[in-house]
Design a protein around this ligand. Structure first.
Ligand SMILES: [Zn+2]
Length: 561
């Protein structure tokens, strides 16, 4: 008992201690805190130990999404107003509480985008970024937003080098523009920029000034991403204790890969609004990813948000497609591999009980579990993948298929579903003729013509012809095939990857497509010197696996009818 009291005192001292940037908690204290945690732990899901005393989670965490502002500041990203509206609508459907739609004063296009978003009458609060400048707030007002994220420098580095003013002037500007925005009916979320590198006493002064001028929420941003979870927790605990009853938000950058952890630590200290972006987009290393923060809150801490988690994956796909920024395959929750199993030992166990190697049920985030073959695949995984395709090999045949898959894997090549099917058919000795054949493909492209493609597909005894346009010849050809197939089966192209195997314009091109029909996903590869043909071949191989034996002759549009 005296030990517990001792630990409590240590914890109290640590929380009370003034936080200095780059201040590292002493190792010994960290050790005692761990023991302290263990002694009064509350077992959360999967045995994660949390101390109730250190948990100051708000009843409900509000999600402030800044994909359209900070996320759009990702190098190389520039969204048209129409694309921004599409993302905003998706974020609203996802259940985001506050959407930072952009920086109204940045450009005409930005203003147009925010105006279009506010006209959508979404459920979410629509916010614009603004600096301590009258024109910025006026621009936000012109867009009819609900709120502004008003950001004014707070650290001496920013005040001197960027703002080129004194601390006193910063306070005056804060007072003036918070009041101005409030007088014009805006909700004001005040952001003392670079807060985590600012002098704590001045930070408190600027927050006090903003609050007396009417600010509704305070979000001190970790502008250059220098927090650690310990510092984030202490920083927000201190601010909350200094300003009881004030709503605090947290805005973290991922320069050390700690944005999610820091955001969660701040929320644990009582911050109520989490600034996040889809896929962790944002300046430099990005912001805290929405999907990681929301799922950790839900499953690790049992804290609710209004996010419909089953829409997380499709939101991620949409943002990735519209921004042109791919998601890394091993990215938590939304990465291609997040619910994919290849290792033999893992797939065997997964087939018995998915929770053996999965911390999150894929359906919860709108995904499906995928077992892929490769050099780590075991016989169980290969059999399961073949069964999905309607192929049931004998034990002997499975052994041979297994051997050949390993052989390809050892050569460093990826084994797609189409490859697996081809191997299996060869081993079993039944070659199911392609049910869908490409009879004809014509593509027209040029600088004064809309890229257009027409296809003629033979499906059993029926022939379907279809034409479509696209942004380029590949897009046009893929669209024409999709249109033709869609008349028979709703097959979606989930992913398209291309790489040139050798250099030069006559290089052999390798295209890998991922196709989906319902919750069934297959990958297929096409190789050709012509990128259009490589793409079409990959598409045809994938479609043939997905259609499997289930093809019916209910072709809607056939020649001669
Ligand atoms: Zn930021």
């Amino acid at each position: 008992m005296p030990f517990i009291i001792g630990c409590s005192i240590l914890s109290y001292i640590r929380n009370k201690r003034q936080l200095k940037p780059f201040d590292t908690p002493l190792r010994a204290k960290g050790f005692y805190m761990e023991i302290f945690n263990c002694l009064i732990l509350r077992s959360a899901k999967w045995g994660i130990a949390l101390s109730d005393r250190q948990n100051h989670f708000a009843d409900k965490i509000r999600i402030f999404d800044t994909t359209l502002r900070d996320g759009e500041q990702t190098p190389g990203v520039s969204l048209t107003p129409e694309k921004k509206v599409l993302i905003a609508k998706k974020l609203d459907e996802l259940g985001v509480d506050i959407i930072e739609a952009g920086f109204a004063a940045a450009s005409e296009g930005e203003m147009k985008a925010i105006k279009l978003i506010t006209k959508e009458n979404l459920r979410a609060e629509i916010c614009s970024f603004a600096r301590g400048v009258k024109d910025d707030i006026d621009a936000a007002l012109k867009c009819d937003v609900d709120s502004v994220f008003l950001v004014i420098p707070a650290s001496d580095i920013q005040i001197k080098s960027k703002f080129k003013r004194s601390r006193e002037e910063v306070l005056k500007i804060t007072e003036r523009f918070v009041e101005y925005a409030k007088d014009h009916g805006l909700i004001v979320e005040f952001g003392p920029e670079d807060a985590t590198r600012s002098d704590m006493s001045f930070l408190k002064e600027i927050i006090k000034t903003a609050l007396s001028a009417g600010a509704d929420r305070i979000t001190p941003p970790d502008t250059v991403g220098i927090l650690t979870p310990e510092r984030a927790y202490n920083f927000f605990l201190e601010l909350r204790q200094s300003f009881p009853g004030v709503v605090f938000g947290v805005h973290c950058h991922d320069d050390f890969g700690l944005a999610s952890a820091n955001t969660l630590a701040a929320l644990r200290a009582g911050a109520e609004v989490a600034h996040v972006t889809v896929n962790g987009l944002g300046e430099r290393a990005g912001n805290a990813p929405l999907e990681e923060v929301v799922m950790s809150l839900k499953l690790q801490y049992n804290v609710n948000t209004s996010i419909r988690t089953e829409l997380l994956y499709e939101t991620s796909l949409l943002v990735s497609r519209l921004t042109g920024i791919p998601v890394q395959p091993n990215k938590a929750i939304v990465g291609e591999n997040a619910f994919t199993h290849e290792s033999g030992i893992h797939t065997h166990a997964i087939l018995v009980d998915p929770s053996t190697y999965e911390a999150i049920m894929p359906e919860m985030v709108g995904r499906v579990r995928r077992l892929v073959v490769g050099k780590h695949a075991g016989a169980h995984g290969i059999r399961a993948a073949l069964m999905e395709m309607g192929i049931n090999p004998t034990e002997e045949q499975l052994k041979e298929i297994f051997r050949r898959v390993k052989e390809i894997g050892d050569k460093g090549k990826r084994v797609t579903d189409a490859d697996l099917r081809a191997i299996a058919e060869e081993v079993i000795g039944v070659s199911s003729a392609q049910q869908i054949m490409l009879e004809e493909l014509t593509v027209i492209t040029g600088n004064r013509v809309t890229p257009t493609a027409s296809v003629r597909l033979k499906i059993s005894n029926n022939v379907i012809t279809e034409a479509a346009t696209g942004v380029g010849p590949v897009d046009a050809a893929m669209n024409a095939i999709r249109k033709a197939i869609f008349a028979v089966e709703p097959i979606h192209l989930e992913e398209y990857n291309v790489k040139a195997i050798t250099g030069g314009t006559d290089a052999v091109v390798e295209v890998i497509v991922k196709l989906r029909k319902g919750d069934k996903i297959v990958t297929a590869m096409g190789v050709h010197e012509d990128i259009v043909m490589a793409s079409v071949n990959a598409m045809m191989r994938g479609i043939n696996i997905l259609m499997g034996n289930k093809f019916t002759s209910s072709v809607r549009r056939t020649e001669g009818l």
